[in-house]
Design a protein around this ligand. Structure first.
Ligand code: DAH
Length: 360
């Protein structure tokens, strides 16, 4: 068969000098691809006499194999060269001193959570946690919210999906941090002094509500803890946290199924000109619910209410962050807008401690 030698030298030379993998692929198609030169020659075998075919067939096959192995060898060599090139360009001198980079910032919610923990640590409280996907029992029943209790509806609860035909109560995204009270006492018993910060969920959305927000729960149980201790603790906290002269709290009698008696606490603020300011103005912003833990709640957690008593409270972390740092819209907290994060974010080195000072 004519021309096989020139085909061979043409392709072997081109393969040897191919610059990269895509050039190599073009060559493969041109030679041994479906419509490649070698493949077309193979088709001619059909028109030959048996004698001619006996010579041309093996010669063509040999050519095809030679080209294929040249392609494979070159491909490997190019891969090695690419790796060498990467290793050369991605080389780092680990002994160089660090270069300053744009720093990330600490989100106000994280910062405020740390501040709260530092203040309560100083008052002898430790930190507890509970799951965000909570059972109906811990979120409601154990907290004296029976299934028919109207307050269940007020929580705008997100329910988890249940399989068709599964009649157990669905799990919920916890609507408050209060279930941690039960979980903690069940596991660790009393006396106790804890705070439990974390995410909570309710179907609500406006300037001061988002479907996910943050609360922290406080719980203090001992033999003779009273409402007076609760009031002192909350006032002490607010003084340490807000660090504003003339801060004013308002205790309002209220009702929660898990406390008796119950009180809500508002803080004086002003919304003038779209700016949220603390310790002035004629508005009140609710920041927490509180009260003396209901005997039934203690019982549900395996604690004898004839021997033990104490207070609990639940405070909105985002709310107190807005108040302290003058941020008027809660929704912006969760928009991930870099301009907002740079403006309101905190330096990673600005760690709140009681000895170093809470950030102000
Ligand atoms: N769990 C309540 C809520 O989210 C807040 C609350 C009120 C917590 C009274 C308490 C409490 O511990 O005693 O609205």
């Amino acid at each position: 068969m004519d021309g096989l030698d020139s085909l061979k030298s043409k392709y072997l030379e081109s393969i040897a000098s191919a610059a990269d993998e895509s050039a190599l692929e073009d060559l493969r198609l041109a030679a041994v691809g479906k419509k490649g030169e070698v493949s077309l020659k193979m088709r001619e075998l059909g028109k030959m006499t048996p004698e001619e075919r006996q010579v041309a067939g093996p010669a063509l096959n040999a050519l095809k194999n030679e080209i294929n192995s040249a392609l494979a060898a070159k491909k490997e060599a190019l891969g090695d060269a690419a790796l060498d090139e990467r290793l050369r360009t991605e080389w780092i001198d680990v002994s160089l001193t660090g270069r300053p980079r744009r720093q990330g910032t600490i989100h106000p919610v994280s910062q405020v959570t740390e501040e709260v923990i530092a203040i309560f640590a100083d008052l002898g409280y430790s930190v507890a946690e509970g799951p965000q996907i909570e059972s109906d029992y811990y979120n409601f029943d154990a907290l004296n919210l029976a299934p028919e209790h109207p307050a269940r509806q007020e929580h705008d609860t997100f329910y988890m999906h249940r399989e068709e035909g599964d009649n157990r109560p669905p799990h919920v995204l916890r609507t408050h941090t209060s279930p941690v009270q039960i979980r903690y006492m069940e596991k660790h018993g009393v006396p106790c002094r804890i705070i439990a910060p974390g995410r909570v969920y309710r179907a609500d959305y406006d300037q001061t509500h988002t479907p996910m927000f943050h609360q922290y729960e406080g719980l203090c149980i001992d033999k003779d803890v009273s409402m007076a201790n609760l009031k002192w603790t909350l006032e002490e906290f607010c003084r340490a946290f807000f660090q504003v002269d003339g801060i004013e709290l308002r205790f309002r009698a209220s009702h929660f199924p898990f406390t008796e008696p119950s009180a809500e606490v508002d803080i004086r603020c002003s919304w003038k000109g779209g700016q949220l300011k603390l310790g002035e103005g004629d508005d009140w912003m609710e920041i927490l619910g509180s009260g003396m833990v209901h005997p039934k709640v203690l019982q549900a957690a395996g604690v004898d209410p004839d021997q033990w008593q104490g207070f609990a409270f639940g405070m909105g972390i985002d709310r107190i962050a807005m108040l302290k740092y003058g941020m008027p819209d809660l929704r912006a907290f969760f928009d991930s807008d870099l301009r907002w994060l740079r403006h309101y974010g905190f330096s990673a080195l600005d760690m709140p401690t009681m000895h170093g000072g809470i950030c102000g």
